[in-house]
Design a protein. Structure first.
Length: 225
């Protein structure tokens, strides 16, 4: 017989513009589920922290670099960026208002409350693709964690972000020498080739060891100066 500990508890369920989004508790973990697909939980955060650190490490020594984080998720990337005094402006684009609510006044506040209160932090409720196509703001780093990878998107519309046109939009919001960092659940040599063909330089992939299976990775690329 499963115990109550084994059965996930649904804390909130919302119908948003992209389908159903659920926040649930499973034991000590908080989990985000979109349209029945597991997205992320609060179990680790290593890959989200590496995403932010790898982007910062690939930058030059410019003062107070501005970072755009694509996807709020459970808040690991935001919290890690806000914990580093070297970052300047920190902008997070999240398309699901439910996720933003869970951070501002829900169970995820414990993870992100301090970062949200940081004067450098700004949360934008928008689709990331639309944002990078329309914003006049520019950044030194763009950290993307909105899908399971370039070849495994959460919604079909996200595929365009990893196309030559989508990468051109990413390059447009990056300042010269700025870094694009993309999290993926598995390596993608094809995406590396797309980055090179889109005009990015210093393209490389950093692996994140996992308990079993292929490693998670962060794809890194630099906009030419």
């Amino acid at each position: 017989m499963p115990t109550s500990y084994d059965i996930p508890e649904v804390l909130d369920r919302r119908e948003g513009p992209y389908g159903e989004v659920v926040l649930r508790r499973h034991g000590e973990l908080l989990q985000i589920i979109a349209n029945g697909c597991f997205l992320m939980d609060t179990s680790d955060g290593r890959s989200e922290r590496l995403l932010v650190d790898a982007a910062l490490g690939a930058l030059d020594d410019r003062s107070g670099p501005a970072v755009l984080i694509g996807g709020l998720g459970v808040g690991f990337s935001l919290a890690h960026a806000a914990a580093n005094d070297r970052w300047g402006r920190i902008t997070v684009v999240e398309r699901e208002r439910a996720v933003i609510d869970w951070h501002r006044k829900g169970p995820l506040t414990a993870l992100s409350g301090e970062a949200l209160a940081d004067p450098r932090t700004k949360i934008v409720a928008a689709d990331l693709i639309e944002y990078v196509n329309e914003t006049s703001a520019t950044f030194d780093a763009l950290c993307l964690d909105i899908d399971n990878g370039p070849g495994w998107t959460v919604t079909e519309g996200n595929e365009g972000l990893y196309s030559p046109a989508g990468l051109a939009s990413c390059a447009r919001v990056l300042r010269p020498g700025g870094v694009l960092a993309v999290w993926s659940a598995q390596p993608s040599p094809e995406f590396e080739g797309t980055l090179w063909n889109a005009g990015f330089k210093r393209v490389r992939t950093e692996e994140i060891p996992v308990a079993r299976g292929v490693p998670d990775v962060v794809h890194l690329a630099v906009r030419p100066g």
